[in-house]
Design a protein around this ligand. Structure first.
Ligand code: BCR
Length: 706
């Protein structure tokens, strides 16, 4: 026989420890709130009910099975009220971790208003042209804007009165049966007395389910999966406990029907409904957390104090905000972009919690789209230039696109500083995008998404710096040089902007250091802030993004900016930027030959003894590849020294981002290790990194911090 505490020790606590170990790098204040709130609600809601039923003899415990009692309820049972929510929440969090949005929402199409503004204003102009209809237009326009608003705003948490009513009806049935099934009733109601346990389950739990369902809580298929696994496990545990007489259910108060041998149907229903209620609450809380991040006038990070936290969630649950459709569509598109674009980021993103991941996906999609637009300005049918764009037209188009991207960023930033005095309006920023010739609706959607989410979370400066990095790329020959003589004619070295180590460091800092800094801001805003507009808090830290040229060790000299009492966040950003540079150097080493094929040489010219060495790298024949050893070694040594200076900064980030950042870093360093293993040689395909080795290293970094 197992005692009640042994049931916990053998069957409930070990899975909690196991799931806790798996999920612990991502357990932050959002998850802790779930444990606290549901543990608290379970205790408050279940204790009086359990006391009453025990007093009525509904179930009982052999005296030698329990440690002690608080009134009628054993101490172990009180533990169960808290352990079951912890177990189910962990299971639910793990099963639903892969979803970017915790809820289902039906937005398949890119909305029409991703069309260029010029097309929209065309419609407006047509209306204005018809003088006789002008009065009608003025009357119609509020209606139009109302409709327009309806079209762009989506309620992701609609009330669900019908399913809620069905749950309420089951509560009423339960209540009716309860009235007739008191065990002490002298009149025998036949079967009805056997309904005692079932009716009390219905009366006790269905009103809460009905309430949450009314608020809009509902399950996705992954939620159902966790309900099935969770309740399935609890059924097994209950069967073991009942068979070993850890507790027993009174035969008089049950129907006598068993799900399988030893498990009364009432117990199966009980554990199914409690698991369902916990998953329903957990998924509703996740939904509310996502709404906080996606709604510009709510704080993206919930308060640390659990009481303030649950109050905020309750306020949002009772008056759920509508979400801009373009955000929801944009996120869907961004996920697709990511799937196509980068397998490794697709996996690495899973090492972050959901809210952080949303921010990263938005930034990644924007970077990907802007990078593609600049690299391939004529990729889509854009008119006359498309067939054989000359170098000049390519250059012009690229510079024009970069200018539009910059102005879009600046306008986006202004939009944020005007908010909340004026509502977010994408119309203005949209105008800038109209100047980009071959913008697809998907690209436009990535820009919209960025404007709607990022400016209140991170300063815009890192992205402007990334644009500086893009403009360095634009200095390279716009079309790959196909012959050595062409290279000589074009005075190749004039077109190679990375001349010294400092140039290289500045470039790496602009393209990767900047994004590393943005990730720091993102993590503070999402995981450790307490205002609606966390970006305002970064005004001081922001200076870290602008500074004089690079110093000898490659970092930008910004010592004067830290003399104000040593803001630790400035320090962290500085280190993070070094780490970004370090990863970029690894990237550059891997792609030396590949980049050479498109006439991009990121190795400083000063590292070459003679011009013929440059030519060898740029025109490395596939049959007799040029040795890259001396360059990769130097680049990777530099990368190592930057990494060593900055590794400690990861530990200063909010706890739930550390695992993800560590995972990203080690996967990059697996590339560096592979290059070293190959004696510094890379070819046009870069270098192969063993998939399992990479996964193994990433897992160690995530769970063991190594
Ligand atoms: C009896 C019995 C038993 C068991 C027990 C247990 C295990 C219990 C549990 C219980 C539980 C485990 C319960 C739970 C409950 C829960 C609740 C009651 C909840 C609620 C919630 C709410 C109400 C929420 C809300 C909200 C949200 C979610 C969000 C925000 C907003 C608001 C606040 C609205 C055994 C078998 C040993 C033996 C025989 C008898």
């Amino acid at each position: 026989m197992f005692t009640y505490i042994q049931i916990h020790l053998y069957f409930i606590i070990p899975p909690i420890i196991l799931l806790g170990l798996i999920y612990h790098p991502l357990i932050g204040r959002r998850e802790i709130l779930k444990f606290l709130w549901l543990g608290f609600m379970a205790t408050v809601w279940t204790t009086p009910w359990d006391n009453y039923i025990l007093s009525q003899g509904g179930w009982s415990y052999p005296p030698n099975s329990i440690i002690g009692k608080i009134y009628h309820v054993p101490i172990e049972e009180h533990m169960f009220f808290i352990l079951q929510p912890i177990l189910v929440i962990l299971l639910h969090s793990i099963f639903t971790h892969g979803r970017l949005l915790s809820f289902d929402v039906d937005v398949d199409q890119i909305p029409n208003d991703t069309k260029p503004l010029s097309e929209k204003s065309e419609i407006d102009r047509k209306g204005e042209g018809q003088e006789d209809q002008s009065t009608e237009k003025t009357q119609l326009s509020p209606l139009w804007s109302e409709r327009h608003e309806e079209h762009t705003l989506i309620q992701t948490l609609p009330r669900r009165p019908i399913p809620s009513l069905l749950w309420m009806i089951s509560s009423l049935i339960g209540l009716r049966l309860v009235q007739q099934t008191n065990l002490y009733n002298t009149i025998d109601y036949g079967m009805k007395q056997h309904m005692f346990y079932l009716s009390w389950i219905l009366v006790w739990i269905t009103p809460v389910i009905s309430f949450l369902t009314y608020l809009g809580a509902r399950c996705t298929w992954r939620d159902w999966l966790s309900i099935c696994v969770g309740s399935g496990w609890l059924w097994i545990v209950d069967t073991i406990a009942l068979r070993s007489r850890s507790w027993s259910i009174s035969e008089g108060s049950t129907l006598g029907v068993e799900l399988w041998k030893g498990l009364p149907i009432e117990e199966a229903i009980f554990f199914f409904l409690t698991t369902y209620l916990i998953v329903l609450s957990s998924s509703l809380i996740s939904h509310l957390h996502t709404l906080l991040l996606l709604t510009p006038d709510l704080p993206p990070c919930p308060p640390f104090n659990p009481v303030a936290h649950i109050k905020l969630l309750a306020r949002v649950a009772f008056t759920p905000p509508k979400i801009d459709r373009r955000i929801l569509v944009g996120l869907k598109e961004a996920e697709k972009t990511l799937k196509k674009g980068s397998k490794s980021f697709e996996v690495a993103k899973l090492a972050f919690g959901r809210e952080m991941r949303i921010g990263l996906v938005v930034i990644y999609a924007w970077c990907r789209v802007t990078d593609n637009l600049i690299d391939e300005p004529f990729s889509v049918n854009t008119g006359s230039d498309q067939n054989d764009p000359s170098s000049t037209s390519l250059d012009e188009a690229r510079h024009k696109i970069l200018k539009s991207i910059r102005s879009h960023l600046q306008l986006t930033n202004q939009l944020q500083t005007r908010y909340p005095a004026q509502p977010y309006s994408l119309q203005e920023v949209d105008q800038e995008l109209d100047d980009i010739p071959n913008l697809t609706p998907e690209d436009r959607s990535a820009f919209h998404l960025f404007s709607l989410i990022i400016p209140r979370l991170t300063p815009i400066d890192p992205f402007l710096e990334l644009c500086d990095g893009y403009s360095t790329d634009l200095k390279f020959p716009s079309k790959p040089l196909s012959t050595i003589s062409q290279a000589h004619e074009d005075k190749l070295t004039d077109h190679l902007p990375i001349k010294t180590r400092e140039d290289l460091m500045e470039y790496a800092d602009n393209v990767a250091g900047s994004i590393a800094g943005a990730i720091c801001h993102l993590s503070w805003s999402i995981l450790d802030s307490n205002t609606t507009l966390p970006v305002k808090e970064y005004d001081r830290v922001r200076t870290t993004h602008k500074g004089p040229g690079p110093s000898q060790d490659g970092s930008k000299e910004r010592s004067n900016q830290c003399s104000d009492g040593g803001d630790s966040r400035n320090e962290i950003i500085r280190s993070a930027r070094l780490m970004g540079c370090s990863l970029q150097l690894v990237n550059i080493s891997r792609d030396i030959i590949k980049d050479g094929l498109i006439s991009r040489l990121y190795i400083p010219i000063s590292w070459f003894q003679t011009p013929s060495e440059i030519i060898k790298i740029l025109f490395s024949p596939p049959s007799q590849p040029t040795s890259t050893k001396s360059y990769t070694e130097r680049l990777l040594d530099l990368a190592d020294s930057l990494r060593d200076q900055s590794l400690s900064s990861i530990e200063a980030l909010p706890r739930t981002t550390r695992g993800g950042v560590r995972t990203m870093v080690v996967s990059y360093y697996e590339i560096a290790n592979a290059i070293r293993k190959n004696e510094g040689e890379v070819d046009e395909y870069g270098i192969k990194v063993g998939k399992w080795r990479r996964i193994g290293r990433a897992a160690r970094a995530m769970w063991l911090g190594a």
